[in-house]
Design a protein around this ligand. Structure first.
Ligand code: ATP
Ligand code: MG
Ligand code: FE
Length: 335
């Protein structure tokens, strides 16, 4: 079963062809980062325009690289939320056009379900699985009890972890998105600061990152006022260590309370090497851990095609009336 998948929820235009929800035949990703960097974040209006310019070319390339024609496809899938509404609409228009013109069933996919199912492109997901979703907009512990059956166990009360990386990076003078550079610096500096590790001791699975972000910003301001220059790499190391400590502690707590066959680490921040190292060391000995490769951690359409296959098997199709939902929650598919 070949599915053509579209992803345009934020600042990546991506089109992929995925076989049986497992095999990536192509995964074209056009990033717009350069256009947004001078603004220090994604400008929605600019993002939509880029998607319009890129999407047809990406679609042609995805089919060409996969060496398939429209007649070979079984369905067309698209992210319909959460994300920027203007960006989501471009992917939706493209997917609907293909669905209508080639009489293919349309499958709307939740972006976060996609991030989790990127794992299925590495190795088949074993249920029940626990997913740690760490991205630019989300920080969640999710139980996946069966294909498409998601229960949120823990969530962030304020900032997402990727957002905290980006804001701290901005204060340190790093270009958006800052996660990758902070990660590099974290390996070059020393852990000399003790930032607050919010909710670490609390007996729940929720997160909070606004406190640590503010503490870093206050430390930088204070240093500036008294004319002291801080070692930015030490700030990065301390910040990253504290964030990783929080993520790993809560993940272990979730695994203790919800026995799982697999831990899936998903979303853009799953690229973080500090997080990978600690999970590998402290959790891998007990349970199979799936870290999708970097290209499948960030936003991409292959992960959308991976989850779409679950809905395809359950014949969960959408009509052409499918609309974008910028604040879409996890759907729960009854099996
Ligand atoms: P969402 O998926 O919640 O809608 P998004 O799609 O914007 O948000 P992703 O593309 O999944 O988010 O992830 C982007 C985030 O990942 C950015 O905040 C970026 O700084 C962060 N990131 C990327 N690489 C790393 C890294 N090595 N360490 C830490 N953070 C990273
Ligand atoms: Mg510290
Ligand atoms: Fe994402």
């Amino acid at each position: 079963v070949l599915i053509l998948a579209f992803e345009s929820s934020c600042d990546e235009t991506s089109v992929a062809v995925v076989k049986n929800g497992q095999e990536v035949l192509s995964n074209i990703i056009a990033t717009q980062i350069k256009s947004h960097q001078r603004f220090g974040g994604v400008v929605p209006e600019v993002a939509s325009r880029h998607h319009v310019q890129q999407i047809i070319h990406c679609t042609d390339l995805a089919l060409k690289q996969a060496q398939v024609n429209y007649e070979d496809l079984a369905a067309v899938a698209v992210t319909y939320g959460p994300g920027l509404v203007g960006s989501l609409l471009i992917g939706l228009m493209a997917a609907k056009a293909v669905s209508w013109a080639h009489k293919l069933p349309l499958i709307g996919v939740n972006h976060l379900a996609g991030h989790i199912y990127a794992a299925n492109l590495v190795t088949p997901i074993k249920y029940p699985a626990l997913a740690l979703v760490v991205s630019g907009g989300h920080t969640e512990l999710v139980q996946v009890s069966a294909p498409g059956a998601f229960t949120i166990l823990g969530d962030t009360r304020d900032d997402a972890v990727g957002e905290a990386f980006d804001k701290v990076g901005r204060m340190l003078g790093v270009n958006y998105p800052a996660g990758k550079t902070i990660d590099q610096w974290a390996h070059e500096g020393q852990d000399t600061f003790d930032f607050p590790r919010a909710m670490l001791e609390e007996d729940n699975l929720d997160f909070s990152f606004s406190g640590i972000k503010s503490a870093v910003i206050n430390t930088l301001h204070h240093a500036e006022q008294i004319g002291e220059t801080l070692n930015k790499k030490d700030v990065a190391t301390s910040f990253q260590n504290d964030v990783v400590e929080i993520l790993v502690t809560k993940t272990k707590r979730a695994l203790a309370n919800y026995p799982s066959q697999q831990l899936i680490v998903a979303g853009g921040v799953a690229a973080n090497s500090g997080l990978r190292e600690r999970i590998q060391k402290e959790i891998s000995p007990q349970i199979e851990v799936v870290f999708p490769p970097l290209r499948l951690c960030g936003d991409n359409a292959a992960m959308i095609g991976a989850f779409a296959y679950v809905k395809y098997q359950q014949q969960q199709f959408n009509s052409l009336a499918l609309n974008a939902n910028p604040s879409l929650d996890f759907e729960y598919l009854d099996n």
